[in-house]
Design a protein around this ligand. Structure first.
Ligand code: ADP
Ligand code: ADP
Ligand code: MG
Length: 457
């Protein structure tokens, strides 16, 4: 069993992991950059250690600094959280080589799913439907055979970076005329953002839903899937609101998607928590997009609605830690049922009226929502100054209701209670979305903001 866990992350997710570890009786170590000396995660862990200056490349992304921190504190395991090094197979490899347990999947799994072209090939081999598209990366945008292949997919198409993530580096192309330039630019952008110019092209599914399946798998080959999450409310291909279950998925479809995700996990011998992301069209056809080999931002909605053998007993981070310690899953897919409806709003330090421009600064005062069915995962407090170096997520507000309508009303009530003074946040934006008739009716697709929010603005 793990004795001391170092959390190679910051902010709300670091706190989330510290809490789970504490409840398991595991000692915790927080790491922090010079810009984060006042961040709440450093105060909640048993120990803390500074790992470098503010810029992430010199601290949270520095593998030597993090490994040294493990050695200095005697941590025998590392939890990477999300973002930063969580999907870096080399980091997983170095941890294992140093005798430190990496709380995540094997380096091979991270590697296989990290390249989205390879991931699609593996999914296809496992019999999982994938978004129609070219099978290999674009090498030469002038290649006649390639252009022909892309035309066969049919416009619009979307160009994506094979090593991409965080919604970055995607480009929608509507006609052959703009294709060549788009491919060239995408290659350049991908090289800059992800250190690789490997790009690919797939069919752009119009007005789709983003539906994803949380899985857990142990080191003995057991895989379970959870009810789907709908993460269609997005800006710039990044999620803002997530809910579970998805209002248009019935029991039959749920099984079908869940089994597809399970097949992929089995195909690569996956273990730990992971999420298989699909895009779903109006007819309920779903296609594999990518797999995130880590805990996700929106995991609490799954915790909120999932019953295990009839009990509300799911903690995905605890399960991740137990799996890393070699424990066998204590339940299978048939033991999981749904109770109620959960919604999560990502509260970002951003100005929704200025195209979600980051709005860091000092939080003068804050009042948190509470009451029945409300969960707040956050690292902010009155007097805290949000540094400019990192992600703008400052809180996750999660509600559970007996049904979707109650969850929406509860979320609106909680958003009203949530008062953050000193900076701009996405709270007003969320209120607006949740009061939109289309949202209330469940007409939620990835075009939602464009269709219902900005056009009226
Ligand atoms: P989730 O899939 O959990 O919803 P997000 O896409 O919001 O996660 O990403 C979680 C965090 O990880 C964000 O801070 C995001 O910017 C970051 N992230 C994810 N993948 C990458 C990547 N490949 N490069 C840079 N940042 C990433
Ligand atoms: P990332 O690694 O950045 O999360 P994804 O492949 O998961 O990239 O795509 C992010 C988002 O981009 C999706 O949730 C969806 O809204 C949009 N998207 C990606 N591929 C397609 C597609 N083929 N058709 C329509 N939308 C897409
Ligand atoms: Mg994704």
């Amino acid at each position: 069993m793990i004795k001391k866990l170092l959390i190679a992350n910051r902010g709300e997710i670091a706190i989330r992991v510290i809490r789970a570890a504490k409840e398991l009786g595991i000692k915790t170590v927080a790491i922090y950059s010079e810009a984060d000396k006042d961040c709440l995660h450093t105060m909640l862990a048993d120990e803390k250690i500074c790992i470098g200056p503010g810029p992430a490349t010199e601290s949270y992304l520095s593998i030597p600094s993090i490994i040294s921190a493990c050695e200095a504190t005697g941590a025998d395991a590392v939890h990477p959280g999300y973002g930063f090094l969580s999907e870096n197979s080399y980091f997983a490899e170095v941890c294992e080589a140093c005798g430190i347990i990496f709380v995540g999947p094997s380096k091979e799994s991270i590697e296989k799913m990290g390249d989205k072209i390879e991931a699609k090939k593996i999914a296809k081999k496992a019999g999982v439907p994938v978004v129609p598209g070219i099978e290999e990366s674009v090498k030469n945008p002038d290649d006649i055979a390639l252009i022909k292949e892309i035309k066969k997919i049919g416009f619009p198409v979307i160009i994506k970076a094979a090593m991409g993530g965080g919604g970055k580096g995607m480009r929608i192309v509507n006609s052959e005329e703009s294709l060549r330039i788009a491919l060239l630019t995408a290659m350049e952008e991908s090289k800059k953002a992800f250190g690789s110019d490997k790009i690919y092209v797939e069919k752009y599914i119009e007005e789709p839903k983003h539906v994803e399946i949380q899985i857990l798998a142990d080191k003995k080959g057991n895989v379970v899937y959870f009810p789907e999450r709908d993460c269609s409310i997005q800006r710039r291909h990044q999620k803002l609101i997530e809910e579970s279950p998805c209002s248009v998925v019935n029991e039959h479809l749920r099984k079908k998607i869940g089994r597809a995700a399970t097949k992929l996990a089995e195909e690569i011998g996956y273990y730990s928590a992971g999420t298989v992301e699909f895009i779903m069209d109006k007819k309920g056809n779903f296609y594999f997009m990518e797999m995130n080999t880590r805990i996700q931002v929106e995991h609490p909605v799954t915790e909120a609605i999932s019953l295990i053998k009839g009990k509300r007993a799911l903690d995905l981070v605890k399960e991740q830690i137990l799996i890393a310690s070699g424990e066998k899953l204590r339940f299978d897919a048939d033991d999981i049922s749904i109770c109620g409806h959960a919604i999560e709003c990502r509260i970002n330090a951003e100005d929704p009226d200025k195209d979600f421009l980051p709005s860091p600064g000092k939080i003068e005062s804050v009042t948190f929502p509470g009451g029945n069915g409300v969960r707040v995962d956050t690292h902010i407090y009155a007097g805290y100054t949000i540094p400019t170096f990192y992600d703008s997520l400052i809180a996750k507000l999660i509600v559970i209701g007996t049904n979707r309508q109650e969850a929406i009303r509860r979320m609106l009530r909680a958003l009203d209670e949530f008062k953050i003074n000193g900076i701009k946040t996405t709270i007003p934006f969320h209120k607006r979305v949740l009061q939109t008739q289309a949202f209330i009716e469940g007409d939620v697709t990835t075009n939602f903001l464009h269709k219902y929010i900005y056009e009226q603005a």
